[in-house]
Design a protein around this ligand. Structure first.
Ligand SMILES: [Zn+2]
Length: 67
């Protein structure tokens, strides 16, 4: 399965002003887990999901539903 990943961008957490880093995570969708790589705040764990990534996630979810 293709991993949904965020292009690395310079983005800072709004809460702690910490530079977010690309981190592997798992998204749970209707009992399916699929791997993603998202920009994550190393301090509070806040994730940044860009519009592009949101669209990719919707595509993955639709694929999962077809199976
Ligand atoms: Zn933070």
């Amino acid at each position: 399965m293709e991993i949904v990943r965020t292009e690395e961008v310079n983005i800072y957490c709004l809460k702690c002003q910490e530079k977010m880093v690309l981190q592997k995570a798992e998204v749970n969708y209707r009992n399916y887990y699929y791997p993603v790589e998202l920009m994550t705040c190393p301090k509070c764990g806040q994730i940044y999901v860009s519009e592009k990534v949101q669209q990719k996630m919707i595509l993955v979810q639709e694929n999962l539903e077809e199976k």
